[in-house]
Design a protein around this ligand. Sequence first.
Ligand SMILES: [Zn+2]
Ligand SMILES: [Zn+2]
Ligand SMILES: [Zn+2]
Ligand SMILES: [Zn+2]
Length: 457
Amino acid sequence: MDIDGKEDSIEELKGLRITPLDDDDDDDDEEIAVDDDEDDDEEEEEAVILGFVEKPQHSWSVLRQQFPSKAGGVPAWLDAYNLPSGMSCVCDICGQPLQFVLQVYAPLVEKDSTFHRTLFVFMCLSMKCLQRDQHEQWKRHPEKQSRSVKVFRCQLPRANTFYSNEPPKGNATDKPLTPGGRAMVELIKMERLYATAMSSLAAGFILSLIGIAFLQSLCSQAPLCNWCGTWKGDKFCSSCKIARYCSQKHQAMHWHSGHKLECQQLRLSPQSSDCNACDGGITEIRAQKVASKTLWPEYEIKNEHESDYDTEMSGDDGHTNNSLVSRNRIDDSMKSLMDNFEGDADKKSWASFQERIANSPEQVLRYCRSASSKPLWPMSGGRPSKADIARCSYCGGLLCFEFQILPQLLYYFGVKDEDHSLDWATIVVYTCEASCEGIGYKEEFAWVQLSPSTNFP
Ligand SMILES: [Zn+2]
Ligand SMILES: [Zn+2]
Ligand SMILES: [Zn+2]
Ligand SMILES: [Zn+2]
C-alpha cells in the first residue's frame, strides 16, 4: 500500500475529530490545569470545543458513513446493526420510546478500538419524567436509577464490517459497506413470511426462524421503526406485515396518522404471487422510513475552539449567518432566566456561566474530555459530587466528564417556553474513562441540572 497516501488519509480522518488532541503544540496551558473539585475558578484553564448547530447543507452530510455530529432528526447509528434494544430504548419512568437529541463523533487516538467513536443522547419528551429523573440521578449504586435521559457510546476499530478503512470523501458517493445487501432483501421476505405464519398459527415455520437468524448475521443494518426511524423495528404491523415498529405506541401513532389507509393498499396489492410487487411494497415503506412529525428538526453540529472567541471576535461572522435564532432572542431569554434565581450562590454561578458563554451565545455543546476537565455549571446547587457519578457499569472503572449540552438547543428545536415544556439548565455527559471495549452500544451516565423554575413543580 502507498504509505504516503495512507498517512494523508489518516490526517483527513483526524480532521473529523472533535477532540482537541491535535492542538497539543499550542495549548501548553492544558498541563497546568489543577484538579480541585470544589474550586470553580480552575475551570477557565481547559481548552473547550464548542458545538454550534447548522442546517445540513446536503442530505448526505448527516448520513452515518460521514461520521457526523448532529442534533435532531434520527440518529446516524455508528454500528448500524447492534442497536440498543429492550428497556434501553424507553424512558424508565413512563415506558415510552426515547427521542433522539444529539450525537457527537469523538474518536480517541490512543487505541485502535476507538478509531471511530460516537456518543448518542436520547431523552423522554415529558417534562414530568425529567423532573422525576432529576431525583433519580441522586440515587447511588447499587440502587437502580430510573432515567428519562440516556447516553450510549459506540466505538469501532478502523477495520470493521460497517465502513471502509479509508476516510469518507465527504460527498454523495460515500457509502457504508453493505456485505449483506442481498441478505437484507431475503431477510425482509422471510421475516414477513414468519409474521404471516405466526398470525395464522400455522406450524412448521420454525425453520424460517433459523433462516432469519442466519440472514440477520449477514446484514449490516438493522431495519428501523417506520414511525420514529430511531429504534430497531422488530415488530410488524399485524395486517400488512410490512410496516415495522419499535413499540406498540409507535404502531398506534402510525396507524392513526395514515397507515390505516396505506395498510389497506399494501394488503390489496398482490404479494406472494408476485415477488416484484412485494419488494415494491417494501421499498415504498422503507423509502418513507420516518412517519413521525414530532422528531426535532435536524442539524449538523459544527465545532469551534472556544479560544477562538474573545470579546472582539463576537461580531457577526461565521455561523451567525446560518443561525435560525437571532442572538438577541437568545440573550433575552437567557437573561430572563436570571429572574428565577433566589439564592445568591445561584445568581453568582449563573452570572459567571453567562459571562463564559457570552462570547458565543449560540453554542449548544461544550466538549472537553480530559482527566482534569469539568463542566461549566449554570447553578451552584444540584451539582454531583464524585460519589454521585456512577462507575462504568461494564468495566467498573471511573467515568470522566466529556461534554455538556446547553439549553440553547431547545430554541433550535423549537421547544416552546411554556409551563410544561421540556427545559433544562444543562445536561452533562460522563463516559467511561477507559472507553472500554465491547460490541454495540454501552450506556453511559448523564447528569441533568434543571433551572429552579422547573426544578420544584
Ligand atoms: Zn418518560
Ligand atoms: Zn419507533
Ligand atoms: Zn400495516
Ligand atoms: Zn468502562
